[in-house]
Design a protein around this ligand. Structure first.
Ligand code: DUC
Ligand code: ZN
Ligand code: ZN
Length: 468
């Protein structure tokens, strides 16, 4: 069956124009002023609505074991939430068990993902250095289409690698055209600050924020960038939360480091005051890096506008309040780190970005779809153009919704953005030509999502990093 989306306004990273979209099978087959309908066509009327390429969230932690618990969304609830929220592809993180090979881990996580309702890729986390890791990287890239890995500079004993290990891994990855994601916080010093705080009886959630100051994010960011520079390797700093760290990225880009930065909705919309909410509610907002003083938000929005930040990812790392966040009732260091965001990232960026005049429609598409597709090697994704997968979001800018846990698809007992009114309602979503969200309700089938084999980086992406 052919599908024709009529009368809408198409938005790409390059322009905004009125046209019809023809879809056959899984792909966009033509875009023109009018596509003439024939008997048997399915028509979707997008009058007065925008037609966006599906959102791509390259930073999710579905089904993720962490800090003696595990995230509350699996690939079913998480990807349904993503779909209604306008995200049609994710890249989730793996999490190797102690001593496990990266290849076995990749197979295990491809299997875990096979219940997904949208397409998914996997970044390979390396949480433990060994020479075997270096041998496995080419196999991961060639046989499993893994074009990105992730290293942590914090969470000692669980995730953290040291500088030499980071250098060796980045160097090998760079030679293979694999980009290294880095969680940049100085884990050693943070652990000591946490220890001191608890010893002094400072156990409330706000101390999570105070023990992870911006200087320690900036220091680690600068170190990761310097190590990437020495290794001549591409690096992607995940969840940049503050001005201090962003400055390091800007400086590195200016001296030619193949550096890219991501921020997340929580750092653009929320601030450290949420950690101080009464009745332990602050625990809902414990994530790392922590929420920052509000003035950092403007710096991050500017970073998006001027190209220092290339991508927005949700860092969706959901833990329920009751039973999970409450593990840290008497000790903030036991609160599992993470906030949800997968269901609302698209709406939040549209509302606070486009609607409130901070970014253009094209910039919106660039950082939520086109940029991540290009940087992470998803050649069929990221644009409304002929030959691409028909991953499409239709949004009515004249309708609004109020974000609330009561109606969310996320498997959670709270929503970090509870009560916020966002202009722009996602009415329909297509994934590879299939209508999976109709009138804002999920109608797709479990397990229809496909694993995405991703291309490795080439010089075009390095050029993108200079785009400041
Ligand atoms: N930060 C979080 O808040 N959760 C998961 C891991 C991370 O880096
Ligand atoms: Zn992280
Ligand atoms: Zn994360």
């Amino acid at each position: 069956m052919r599908t024709i989306i009529q009368n809408g306004t198409i938005v790409t990273s390059g322009g905004v124009f009125k046209a019809d979209v023809e879809i056959q099978g899984e792909s966009i087959t033509s875009i023109s002023q009018t596509v003439k309908p024939e008997n048997g066509d399915r028509i979707i009327d997008a009058s007065n609505q925008y037609i966006f390429p599906g959102g791509i969230d390259v930073h999710t932690h579905l089904a993720w074991p962490f800090q003696s618990t595990g995230t509350a969304d699996d690939f079913v609830s998480g990807t349904k939430a993503a779909a209604v929220g306008g995200i049609t592809s994710i890249i989730n993180f793996t999490n190797p068990k102690r001593g496990a090979s990266l290849i076995d881990t990749q197979k295990e996580w491809i299997e875990k993902g096979n219940q997904a309702v949208i397409d998914y890729g996997l970044h390979a986390i390396i949480n433990e250095y060994s020479d075997r890791v270096l041998e496995e990287l080419p196999v991961l890239a060639e046989e499993y289409g893994v074009s990105s890995i992730k290293l942590f500079m914090a969470y000692k004993g669980e995730m953290m690698v040291n500088d030499l290990e980071m250098y060796k891994i980045m160097k090998k990855a760079g030679e293979l055209g694999i980009i290294t994601n880095v969680h940049a916080e100085n884990g050693d010093v943070i652990d000591e600050l946490v220890r001191q705080a608890i010893a002094e009886g400072k156990t409330a959630p706000i101390y999570h924020g105070y023990t992870r100051p911006t200087v320690l994010e900036a220091e680690a960011t600068g170190r990761a960038l310097a190590i990437a520079e020495a290794a001549d390797a591409p690096v992607y700093i995940v969840h940049v939360s503050c001005a201090d760290a962003l400055k390091k990225v800007d400086e590195a880009k200016k001296r030619g480091v193949k550096a890219f930065a991501e921020t997340c909705p929580q750092y653009l919309v929320l601030d450290i005051s949420y950690l101080d909410l009464p009745n332990f509610e602050g625990a809902k907002y414990v994530c790392s890096p922590p929420l920052r003083e509000k003035w950092n938000q403007d710096v991050l929005w500017n970073g998006i506008s001027n190209g220092i930040i290339s991508v927005i990812g949700s860092d969706h790392c959901p833990f329920r309040f009751e039973g999970q966040k409450t593990l840290g009732k008497d000790d903030f260091s036991k609160i599992p780190n993470g906030v949800p965001g997968l269901e609302d990232i698209f709406s939040l960026l549209y509302h606070f970005g486009v609607n409130e005049g901070r970014i253009s429609l094209q910039k919106f598409v660039e950082i939520i779809s086109t940029g991540p597709a290009e940087l992470f090697g998803m050649s069929k994704k990221g644009s409304i153009s002929v030959g691409k997968d028909a991953d499409i979001v239709i949004l009515d800018p004249n309708r609004s919704r109020v974000i609330t846990a009561e109606t969310q698809y996320q498997n959670l007992d709270y929503n970090a953005y509870e009560g916020m009114k966002v202009q722009g309602l996602i009415t329909n979503v297509l994934s590879r030509g299939e209508l999976i969200v109709k009138d804002a309700i999920f109608i797709g089938e479990q397990g229809r999502g496909k694993y995405i084999y991703r291309d490795r980086l080439h010089n075009k992406q390095f050029e993108l990093s200079k785009n400041t």
